[in-house]
Design a protein around this ligand. Sequence first.
Ligand code: NAD
Length: 370
Amino acid sequence: MTVDLDRRGFVLAAGGAIAASAMGSSALAQTPARKLGYAIVGLGGYGLGQIIPQFKNCEHSRLVALVSGDPAKAKRVAAQYGVPEKNIYSYESYDSIRDNPDIDIVYVCLPVSMHAEYTIRAAKAGKHVMCEKPMALSSKECEAMIAACRQAGKKLMIGYRCHFEPYNLEAIRRARAGEIGKLRYFRSEHGYTAGDPTAWRLKKAMSGGGSIMDIGIYALQAARYMTGEEPVAVYAKETTDRNDPRFREVEDMIEFQLEFPSGVIGSCMSMYSANRNQILLMGDKGRIELEPATNYTGQRMWVGKGRENEITPPPGPGKNQFAGQLDHLSQCIRENREPIVAGEEGLRDIRIIEAVYQSAREKRRIVLKA
Ligand code: NAD
């Protein structure tokens, strides 16, 4: 993998950062090192459907273990991906991963209510952690996860894959380079149509909340990494039909406005009742638009005044955003660097989401603590 650090070597003010540190260094490229071993916890739609198939595209990471409540499924998946049977764990035997030197990293792909417990248990077992978004049910849980990993001397990264996605990286680069002039506002709409009312995502105790926890968080993340600023205040309005069996416990639509220190306004719409995946950056000289913006594949981007100028970005840091994300943590561990989307980045989003909920509930603007 060749790296163009000059072009990509920017760092976001948003506490996160994109790109430079996500790249493979030339030193690494020259020294074939042992790939770091991941244990995937939770063989559901994301862990099994999206993450496990990506190890074949990784340069620094490999799949070595599975943790599942379904032994037959785990055995089948292990056979398919060449994971030895001795490296299959249940939720009960999970803590014994401490005795398995094959496992360097635990990737938590479970319902949100289980993120804190499985992250903390992994840290106590002496393993680094990749935890899916949203980081946890509450900022208090996020803080406990960060503390546990710090105490164990282990890295914690959040599965914010868009920080490794070429279209998002290119949009940031162009915005920072001033291609659309002075940024005036940011807009993002993220939603999909939720189905089964019994799904864990629609149960507050397991999800922590509705659409903003699951999909609106992409709009919030993008508002922060695209502007490179941290919001100072939020104002939110929720619209939910509580007679709809899907939305007895969690919100459907929630619209939130973020105020940034530069005067840029971030307007975000999150919903569980319509399909939408879009980001717009409006500057005084033009705009950058992505649609879809944060999907697994198929991103498109336009830069300029209208849709006449469609942009195809150069490749991102990995073979794709998933491999880029997986390899980034492996490289950070090897080089003892902090991941660009460490636990603190997940905590920031959860704190803002808590303020969004408070604003919607109390129908007032909430000032965010610095
Ligand atoms: P899923 O329901 O498809 O899978 C959840 C997994 O957890 C299953 O293997 C299930 O068996 C297991 N599980 C263990 N205990 C459970 C319990 N008590 N109730 C329900 N399931 C239980 O969910 P998913 O879509 O794979 O989501 C998992 C995590 O990944 C979530 O945190 C989600 O937000 C995240 N996710 C991230 C992305 C992304 O693009 N980064 C996309 C989808 C999901």
